[in-house]
Design a protein around this ligand. Structure first.
Ligand code: FAD
Length: 281
């Protein structure tokens, strides 16, 4: 198999116990030698301090850490202060997003879209950071049309994005079609598929409805047929997600970005089956 770049996403833990658990998870996942660990940013900046603390700890342990940063609800001055903090902490990579407003919060902030955030970061810090942006093979749920979403993606790249990570998906064809469409526009940045391991079907179904990721009918029906049998759900989830990753890599995907949900085992199991795990090294 070709050399591929792995990256792994965490959310910032809320408690000291969660932080301790994440340290163990990170140490276990380190055997995969990921290019970076990224850390999400809560809606409207609600995890600013925790995201920063988590990123600092990852960097102090000798790994590349990439904070996510969203612009919705923020002022330019707030964003400038965060960028300064990251610059001083030696951070090299940022996942730049619009984000979503937490319910009940009315103000959208000074920048409306991720493309404006990318433009702002480039204007403030030049080429200091590698900028990752989000991509949506099944289209962003608020996009007026697939074409509008594609053009929105093109604006992010024109503003200075270096690479993209997709929303997770289970339809290989959606990813391949999206990459074809993007390449037809002359965009050549890497489009790294986001991979969501499946450990609980009920949780995944709720989450997928909200973010516009389709669970194909054949998978949904099969998961439903397992009822409360969590071992069968995990086994089938491992089969389908490993198969998706295998076919993505065969189709030329430049890497895999794992939404690991702060758990080591599902990502390790998939990578081991792909021949990317510790046993392969
Ligand atoms: P944008 O690229 O700005 O797009 C948002 C919508 O606006 C799309 O429908 C697009 O078509 C439309 N649009 C864009 N530009 C224009 C324009 N000029 N005119 C009209 N319409 C336009 N959320 C978090 O809160 N925290 C996280 O840490 C986080 N991490 C993520 C990581 C990845 C890899 C991904 C894929 C998503 C992540 N999200 C996160 C979710 C993301 O914030 C939401 O999907 C959000 O709704 C859109 O963010 P975006 O950066 O894709 O926005």
């Amino acid at each position: 198999m070709q050399a591929i770049e792995l990256s792994i996403e965490f959310f910032p833990p809320q408690t000291p116990e969660g932080a301790e658990k994440l340290r163990t998870v990170r140490e276990r996942l380190a055997v995969l030698q990921p290019a970076f660990f990224s850390v999400t940013y809560g809606a409207g900046g609600s995890t600013r301090e925790r995201t920063f603390a988590t990123v600092q700890e990852i960097a102090a342990a000798g790994f590349e850490a990439a904070p996510h940063l969203s612009c919705i609800g923020a002022s330019r001055a707030q964003l400038r202060a965060i960028l300064k903090e990251y610059e001083e902490a030696g951070i090299r990579r940022i996942v730049a997003l619009r984000g979503d407003l937490p319910s009940g919060v009315g103000t959208t902030g000074e920048l409306r879209y991720a493309s404006e955030l990318v433009e702002f970061i480039r204007a403030e810090t030049g080429r200091r950071f590698i900028l990752e942006v989000a991509a949506y093979p099944e289209w962003h749920p608020q996009a007026k049309s697939p074409r509008d979403d594609l053009l929105a993606f093109q604006r992010k790249v024109a503003a200075g994005a270096d690479s993209a990570i997709t929303q997770y998906f289970y339809n290989l064809d959606a990813y391949l079609h999206f990459v074809d469409e993007v390449r037809a526009l002359g965009i050549d940045i890497p489009i790294v598929p986001g991979i969501m391991p499946i450990t609980s079907f009920a949780r995944l179904a709720r989450f997928s409805d909200a973010c516009g990721a389709e669970i194909p009918r054949w998978m949904r029906r099969k998961f439903e047929s397992f009822g409360d049998d969590s071992a069968s759900i995990r086994a089938f989830g491992l089969d389908v997600v490993t198969d998706l990753c295998q076919r993505l890599l065969e189709a030329g995907a430049p890497g895999l970005h794992f939404y690991c949900m702060n758990q080591a085992e599902p990502t390790l199991a998939i990578c081991e089956r792909l021949g990317l795990g510790p046993h392969a090294r």
